[in-house]
Design a protein around this ligand. Structure first.
Ligand code: UD1
Length: 343
C-alpha cells in the first residue's frame, strides 16, 4: 500500500481522487487548510470507502510545517498537488493572493522533497492553451499568454516543474491539464461545494434548478459556434480522479518519456453551453430557467482536447459522458440540500 500525499484532498477533485486512490490500493494522506472546503468531507469519504484517511490541517505556505511533515512521513512515495486558489475572477482582483498561495505552496512542497525520490502530479489546466489555433488542442500546442493571474500561476508552475525535474533526478513529474471538471461521485456523497455564488457552469445550473439561484445567464449567444454559445470539453470528476491514479502508476513504472511530462485530461468532445443545459434537462427531468445574455469578458470561445496522448502513454481514457455528469451533479445538489455540509 504505497502512501500518496494528496494536498487539497478535501476539495472537489481532491476528494474524488482520495476515493479512487484508496480503491486502487493506495493509502491517501490528506493535507488541506480547509480554506475552500469542509472537514465534513472526511466523513463523506469515510462513508464511501469505509476508511478515514489520515488528515493534516495546515497551510502549505507554511514552509516549516511542510518540511516537518515531509521529514515525519518518509514513506510517502507520491504527491498529488491540488491545493491552490482557483477562481479566475478573484485572481484578477487579488493577483497577489494567487501568486502567494499557488507558488509558495508548490515551492515549499518541492523544496521539502529535495533529497527524497518523489512521484509528483500537478493540477494544471487547459487554460494554458488560451484560445487554441487548432482543435482538438494537443499537448504540443503553444502555451498562450495567460488571460488571468490564475492562468498565469498554472503556466509558470508548469515551467517550475519542468525545470525542477530537469535539474534534480529525484523528481518524476506529470502535469495534468484538465478541461472542465463536472459531475459528482455516483454515491452522491461527495461533489463540488462552491462557497458563495458558483462561477462555473454546472454548479450554477444545479443551484438554479433547485431554486438557490433565480436564473442562469448563458454568457453569449452570438459566438462562431454551432448554436452561438461557447464550447467546452466537460470531464467527469470521477474520470479525472482516475487520471491521477494512472499518472501515479505511470511514474511508479518510470515514464519512458523522461522526468517531466504533460497530458490533456478531457473527453475529446466539445459541448456548447446550450447543449450542456439540454443534457441537464434531459437527465434531471427539470426545466431550467435560463436566458441568453451578454458575453463574459475573457471567455474562450471553444476548446476541446486531443486525448490521444493520454490514451496511449498514460493508459487512461474518459468513460463517462455529459449525461452522467449532469445526472450525478443533480443527485449531489439534491443531497446537499438535505444534508448541508457547509454552514
Ligand atoms: C474557467 C477558467 C479556467 C479554469 C476553470 C476552472 C476562464 C476563462 N477559464 O473555465 O481557466 O481552469 O474555469 O474551473 O474563466 N457559463 C455560462 N453561464 C454561467 C457560467 C458559465 O454561460 O453562469 C459558460 C461560460 O461562458 C463557458 C462555460 O459556461 O462557456 C464554462 O464556464 P466555466 O465553468 O466558468 O469554465 P471555463 O470558463 O471554461
Amino acid at each position: 500500500m504505497h502512501k500518496i500525499l494528496v494536498t487539497g484532498g478535501t476539495g472537489f477533485i481532491g476528494s474524488h481522487t482520495v476515493v479512487e486512490l484508496y480503491q486502487a490500493g493506495y493509502t491517501p494522506i490528506i493535507i488541506d487548510n480547509l480554506s475552500n472546503s469542509s472537514i465534513r468531507i472526511l466523513d463523506q469519504i469515510e462513508k464511501i470507502i469505509d476508511y478515514r484517511p489520515e488528515f493534516h490541517q495546515f497551510d502549505l505556505c507554511d514552509e516549516v510545517a511542510v518540511k516537518n511533515f515531509v521529514a515525519n512521513n518518509p514513506d510517502i512515495s507520491g504527491a498529488i498537488h491540488f491545493a491552490a486558489s482557483k477562481a479566475v475572477g478573484e485572481s484578477v482582483l487579488k493577483p497577489l493572493k494567487y501568486y502567494h498561495n499557488n507558488f509558495f505552496s508548490l515551492i515549499n512542497l518541492l523544496n521539502a522533497y529535495q533529497d527524497t525520490p518523489i512521484n509528483f502530479v500537478f493540477s494544471s489546466s487547459c487554460t494554458v492553451y488560451g484560445q487554441p489555433d487548432q482543435l482538438p488542442v494537443s499537448e504540443s500546442a503553444p502555451v498562450k499568454t495567460a488571460e488571468s493571474p490564475y492562468g498565469n500561476t498554472k503556466q509558470i508552475a508548469e515551467e517550475i516543474l519542468q525545470e525542477t525535474a530537469q535539474a534534480y533526478d529525484n523528481y518524476q513529474i506529470v502535469s495534468l491539464r484538465y478541461f472542465n471538471p463536472a459531475g459528482a461521485h455516483s454515491s452522491a456523497l461527495i461533489g463540488e461545494l462552491p462557497i458563495g455564488v458558483p462561477q462555473n457552469l454546472v454548479p450554477f445550473i444545479t443551484q438554479t434548478a433547485i431554486g438557490k439561484r433565480e436564473k442562469l445567464t448563458v454568457f453569449g449567444g452570438d459566438y462562431d459556434t454551432t448554436d452561438g454559445s461557447c464550447v467546452r470539453d466537460y470531464i467527469h470528476v470521477v474520470d479525472l480522479a482516475k487520471a491521477h491514479v494512472a499518472a501515479i502508476q505511470l511514474l511508479e513504472k518510470g515514464n519512458p518519456a523522461g522526468r517531466y511530462d504533460v497530458f490533456n485530461i478531457g473527453t475529446g468532445i466539445g459541448y456548447s453551453v446550450l447543449e450542456a443545459i439540454k443534457a441537464f434537462e434531459k437527465t434531471s427531468g427539470q426545466q431550467l430557467n435560463y436566458e441568453v445574455g451578454p458575453r463574459r469578458d475573457g471567455d474562450i470561445v471553444k476548446v476541446w482536447g486531443d486525448v490521444t496522448k493520454s490514451a496511449e502513454k498514460l493508459g487512461w481514457k474518459a468513460e463517462l459522458g455529459i449525461e452522467e455528469m449532469m445526472k450525478s451533479a443533480w443527485a449531489w445538489e439534491k443531497y446537499i440540500q438535505q444534508n448541508p455540509l457547509v454552514d
